[in-house]
Design a protein around this ligand. Structure first.
Ligand code: ATP
Ligand code: MG
Length: 150
């Protein structure tokens, strides 16, 4: 587990770039934290590093899943906020798309913890004054590796 304080959004951007550069095929990132915590903000920084233009990264609150094409990887960006029941994950193709090819980002992963791929990196974002406390919780060896490098 690793805890990083990002006093402002620039610091969060730097962390996002660093994390983004460590990601590879098959990685799954579960982002948690309240409305406006910075889940999309951090995902955007990671996606930029992977070759997606920031303007192309949008909140999938209504679309539920956005797909971006980075330089090397396909990025799948979920937002589960609007789902009411775990069964709805099936309808949106969650089990088909989460994990597998490319890199998966899942906002509001805490709503359906049992549905997450067994191995993943949880990124918990909490407000701390005007900044954010960002906690990385690895689930699996691959994600422990990432945490050690951050
Ligand atoms: N240190 C910080 N790190 C990240 N974002 C910050 C920070 N300080 C301020 N912000 C601002 O907080 C907002 C975070 O919004 P964002 O859409 O990323 O939240 P979210 O967690 O995705 O919310 P939602 O649950 O609605 O999807 C942005 O407007 C960003 O500029
Ligand atoms: Mg968001």
């Amino acid at each position: 587990m690793k805890r990083i304080i990002c006093e402002n959004q620039e610091k969060t951007k730097v962390l996002g770039r660093q994390l983004g550069s460590l990601l590879q095929e098959g990685d799954v990132l579960c982002l948690t934290g309240e409305l406006g915590a910075g889940k999309t903000f951090l995902t955007t920084a990671m996606a930029e590093t992977l070759g997606v233009e920031a303007k192309d990264v949008t909140s999938p609150t209504f679309s539920l899943l956005n797909i971006y094409h980075g330089t090397k990887y396909v990025l799948k960006h979920f937002d589960l906020y609007r789902l009411n029941r775990e069964e709805e994950l099936d309808d949106i193709g969650f089990y088909e798309y989460a994990g597998g090819d490319g890199i998966t980002f899942i906002e509001w992963a805490e709503l359906f913890p049992d549905a997450m791929p067994e191995e993943h990196l949880t990124i918990r974002i909490e407000n701390q004054g005007t900044g954010r406390k960002i906690t990385l919780e690895p689930h699996g060896k691959r994600y422990e590796e990432i945490c050690e490098k951050v």
